[in-house]
Design a protein around this ligand. Structure first.
Ligand code: HEM
Length: 483
């Protein structure tokens, strides 16, 4: 038997097709409570989309630890071989809005929330191991250049390349983005990365540095530019649909979870700054170590509740995981929760998808849409047996020194890792990269920006810069002038 229609207050609802009118042809009556509620509720259906990564797909799954990591971290989810931790994931585009085609070239987001026994742990990464900028002050400017032109409301190659041409630290990520990884064949076919360096601390208080890698067991596969553009015209939601269909038919995607472990002191003195998120750490120096795998085995029951209202934050850490000194990460620790209070409201952490699986006890109270509160003591200190602090969660103290100032620490050598990446690409991939640069950078109006950017490609690798210059019809004398 089907359910009977009710109002939001549970009252039986007699007519959902005909408004209450004064007579057969008369005006609609203010008394029509059901009509007014229905229209008012409808007017409030939309909430602000995420300011970046607005369009995405989500799924639920489980993380299984296959190697006990208690020598390195006391984090519950990484202790006890075989332990399973429920999780959710959200994949996303960065620049486009919610209705934007999801196969067009972009970096892709890779956000995970683990519901551990000691609260939520989020890793909010991308499908590339690095990022465009390494100081949080530059993030809003970078994003403005990728979004729409304030005058025309059009996305603009001129703005994007204007920012990049004046930001040498972006060169590495630009070389990823313009390469094959800019067009993943599906979310299941991309690797994910925590990108930043994080700190792990074990039960004895011993710290080390960690970089996360999530390796697709479906293999990395990409679309060509032509396939991506054609797909975007045929199905603007291709990547969302692909993930949904895989899970629906039981073809559950899986990823290996690997870490690079960098001893604490070695990390501080490594040849590159391991806190600079525009740099990678060599796999030869610190090989990937497999510690587990996760499987996505459940589609969202309701997209809005399970994906749109999901709130990920790099600040969501658990005892045994701590931030590093990476400045971009430090900025992100603030940005996400602030964005989520604006986007979802002060009590967004109480929404079912964001609520930890363990119990929450503290002295925070009230606010819009608060729910599930009891009458327990709401101040501390108290003699009322209220919740007490847990010293197990104390951070590992670390030394800071120096004078406060606006330091330019990360500029050293933005080129050599880019040259190395270019030379990892196959001949075919190099051809596609040059073609993509011709079709993007090649269309910008500013000759100066074309030259500035190509000079940087040249500094990274002479063949790279020479081929771009040729594709763009630039004079090599202008490109090599500074060398
Ligand atoms: C989403 C800010 C750097 C990956 C967001 C959101 C904000 C933000 C405000 C929307 C959050 C929400 O409404 O729920 C920043 C700032 C950054 C930064 C200020 C630098 C200072 C990065 C980096 C990565 C990244 C380096 C990856 C390595 C993501 C992802 C999402 C996101 C994947 C989507 C989260 C989701 O699926 O809900 N970012 N971001 N961001 N950001 Fe960042």
């Amino acid at each position: 038997m089907t359910d009977k229609l009710t109002t939001n207050e549970g009252q039986p609802w007699a007519d959902n097709n005909h408004s209450l009118t004064a007579g057969n042809r008369g005006p609609v009556l203010l008394q029509d409570y059901q009509l007014i509620e229905k229209l008012a509720q409808f007017n409030r259906e939309r909430i602000p989309e995420r300011v970046v990564h607005a369009k995405g797909a989500g799924a639920k799954g489980v993380f299984k630890l296959t190697r006990d990591m208690s020598d390195y971290t006391k984090a519950d989810l990484f202790n006890g071989k075989g332990k399973e931790t429920p999780m959710i994931i959200r994949f996303s585009e960065v620049a486009g809005e919610q209705g934007y085609p999801d196969t067009l070239r972009d970096v892709r987001g890779f956000s995970m929330k683990f519901y551990t026994n000691e609260g939520n742990y989020d890793i909010v990464g991308n499908n590339t191991p690095i990022f465009f900028v390494n100081d949080p002050l530059k993030f809003p400017d970078f994003i403005h250049s990728q979004k729409r032109d304030p005058a025309t409301h059009l996305r603009s190659q001129d703005m994007q390349w204007d920012f990049w041409a004046h930001s040498p630290e972006s060169l590495h990520q630009v070389t990823y983005l313009m390469g094959d990884r800019g067009n993943p064949a599906s979310y299941a076919n991309m690797n994910g990365y925590g990108s930043h360096t994080f700190k792990w601390v074990n039960a004895d208080g011993k710290p080390c540095w960690i970089k996360y890698h999530f390796i697709s067991e479906q293999g990395v596969k990409n679309m060509t530019e032509e396939q991506a553009e054609k797909t975007s015209m045929e199905n603007t939601d291709y990547l969302i649909q692909d993930l949904y269909d895989r899970i629906k038919k039981g073809d559950y995607p899986k990823w290996k979870v690997c870490v690079q472990i960098i001893p604490y002191e070695e990390g501080l003195n490594y040849k590159y700054d391991i806190f600079d998120v525009t740099k990678t750490v060599s796999h030869k120096d610190y090989p990937l170590q497999e510690i587990g795998e996760f499987t996505l085995n459940e589609n969202p029951a309701n997209y809005f509740d399970d994906v749109e209202e999901a709130a990920f934050s790099p600040a969501n850490m658990v005892p045994g995981v701590e931030p590093s000194m990476d400045k971009l990460l430090q900025g992100r620790l603030f940005a996400y929760k602030d964005a989520e209070r604006y986007r979802l409201g002060a009590n967004y952490e109480k929404l079912p998808i964001n609520r930890p699986k363990n119990e929450v006890h503290n002295y925070s109270r009230d606010g819009f849409m608060s729910q599930g509160q009891n009458g327990d003591v709401n101040y501390a200190p108290n003699g009322e047996n209220g919740p007490t602090e847990d010293p197990h969660a104390k951070i590992k103290p670390y030394k800071v020194d120096g004078e406060a100032g606006n330091y330019k620490t990360y500029d050293a050598d933005p080129y050599s890792q880019v040259g190395a990446l270019y030379n990892v690409y196959s001949d075919d991939e190099k051809d596609r990269l040059i073609e993509t640069l011709k079709n993007t950078l090649g269309t910008v109006k500013s000759h100066e920006n074309k030259v500035l950017e190509t000079r940087m490609f040249y500094k990274a690798d002479h063949d790279y810069g020479t081929r771009v210059a040729k594709a763009l019809g630039l004079d090599m004398d202008e490109i090599t002038k500074e060398d």
